[in-house]
Design a protein around this ligand. Structure first.
Ligand code: SF4
Length: 466
């Protein structure tokens, strides 16, 4: 009988990639993907632990499966990802419907664990077949093999793929759970990264995003010389058929100039950095254990913009961290104005169990103040983006076309139906700006020149250049 699996992914790109990776052995074992959670034989939640809200969502979804479990015991529920690693046995103890708990370092075992749990479905004994697999510290050849033997499966965004270059993080920012749940930094061999990228390009991928929690920390000893991310960029850039190459997420320290130089020299490498600052206040950066000052961050931004023309930068900020005052918030607003980010992701601080912040500092900024500070930061960023984007009206930019536009932006304005032979398409510039324009279906998957006619804070509207 055809067995089905349902998978839901929360959190960051790492999780998205892990979900793609676990689907391959599941499908080899005879499972077919379904979007109907109610009928699925296997339900997988790939979870995030970075904020309390993300964990609460998972607990609520797990709760919704309790009555089906008690009545039928006809499915295997697997919790994978960072929350699985953080809570471990607690998830099995608290929720009888959970059959498998598997941390990010053990996902190569997931299909076996699911099969084991499935053997006694329907019987009360099935609780005996529940499993926990957690270990982030060991280098596992099987885990590496899961990456290197992957099939390209993302059908939502054809032409684009993530390739992991490293796992884990050694930074231990005081608020962050990642080093505890993803373990110490481990760098993938350059050959494996290149081979995997080449295979993806052979399967039709045009844009690769190299992934790491601190992607600029990648290193490798080679013939007595230390290779760094610049060597990865050069090697992947060589692949015929690849159109674009990006990397995320960058830490604002330990960023070698030769990575910036590679960005400037290699035409396929996009002029884009995701460079979280987290705060514009030295006092807060120290409390967060970020190991840089605002001045050092700004110096790096200035140098990066000198070396990489047209560099676009996305930022991350945490508002309402322990002890944050209005003066700290003002300094963060000042930083946003100075850096002129392309966009910012802003998060309200929530203490994570097991982190240094949770153990040592009071979460003393009231929720309504966190909310107000978040709105203030986003409002300022929106003003910055609107103003800076307007300056690009009239420019012709290279856009990698991702597919048909979901929202009929242009036609809503012009009140005319879209011409059948020139549907609305959506794509991105090298600087990661979203561009909507009318074009040809054949443009999908190609880089085309688009003249920008109008802009908003988040989207550009244009016309295919003749
Ligand atoms: S750099 Fe800091 S915030 Fe980023 S993953 Fe590492 S510990 Fe977490």
């Amino acid at each position: 009988m055809n067995k089905t699996y349902y998978i839901e992914t929360m959190g960051c790109q790492m999780n998205k990639l892990d979900s793609e990776l676990v689907m391959v052995p599941l499908e080899r074992a005879g499972y077919t993907k379904t979007t109907d959670i109610q009928s699925a034989d296997v339900i997988i939640f790939n979870t995030c632990s970075v904020r309390q809200h993300a964990e609460d969502k998972v607990i609520s979804k797990v709760g919704q499966l309790r009555s089906r479990f008690l009545k039928h015991r006809d499915f295997v529920l697997a919790i994978i990802g960072c929350m699985a690693q953080r809570m471990g046995q607690e998830l099995l103890d608290g929720y009888p419907q959970v059959a498998v708990v598997c941390g990010p370092g053990q996902i190569h075992q997931l299909t076996d664990l699911i099969e084991k749990a499935a053997t006694n479905l329907g019987s009360k004994k099935s609780r005996d077949d529940r499993s926990v697999a957690l270990n982030t510290s060991e280098k596992s050849p099987e885990l590496e093999q899961l990456d290197t033997t992957r099939q390209y499966v993302d059908t939502k965004k054809p032409f684009m793929a993530f390739v992991r270059v490293m796992r884990g993080c050694n930074n231990f920012c005081n608020y962050c759970i990642v080093p505890y749940v993803r373990g110490q930094e481990q760098y993938r061999p350059l050959k494996n990264i290149v081979d995997e990228s080449r295979r993806l390009v052979e399967q039709g991928v045009k844009e690769i995003t190299l992934l790491g929690q601190v992607v600029n920390h990648w290193k490798n000893q080679h013939n007595g010389h230390t290779q760094n991310l610049a060597d990865v960029l050069h090697a992947v850039h060589e692949i015929d058929g690849l159109l674009r190459l990006r990397f995320v997420t960058s830490y604002p320290r330990n960023f070698d100039d030769n990575v910036l130089q590679a960005m400037a020299d290699l035409p396929k490498v996009c002029p884009y950095l995701h460079l979280p600052a987290q705060s514009g206040s030295d006092r807060m950066l120290k409390a967060m254990n970020r190991h840089y000052t605002v001045g050092e961050y700004l110096d790096f931004v200035q140098k990066a913009r000198q070396i990489v023309p047209d560099l676009s930068i996305a930022g991350d900020f945490i508002v309402g961290y322990c002890g944050e005052q209005e003066s700290d918030q003002q300094e963060t607003l000042t930083l946003i104005e100075k850096v002129r980010y392309k966009n910012c992701f802003v998060f309200k601080y929530s203490p994570r169990p097991g982190t240094k912040s949770e153990g040592r500092f009071a979460d003393d900024v009231p929720p309504e103040v966190k909310q107000r500070r978040l709105v203030e930061l986003l409002a300022l960023q929106s003003q910055v983006s609107e103003k800076d984007n307007q300056a690009l009206v009239g420019e012709t930019l290279d856009v990698l076309v991702e597919g048909l536009s979901k929202k009929p932006h242009l036609d809503k304005d012009s009140k005319t139906p879209p011409p059948a032979d020139t549907p609305q398409l959506v794509g991105r510039t090298g600087g990661d700006q979203i561009v909507v324009f009318n074009g040809d279906r054949e443009n999908i998957g190609q880089i085309v020149p688009v003249t920008i006619k109008k802009t908003s804070a988040l989207t550009f509207f244009g016309e295919l250049a003749k």
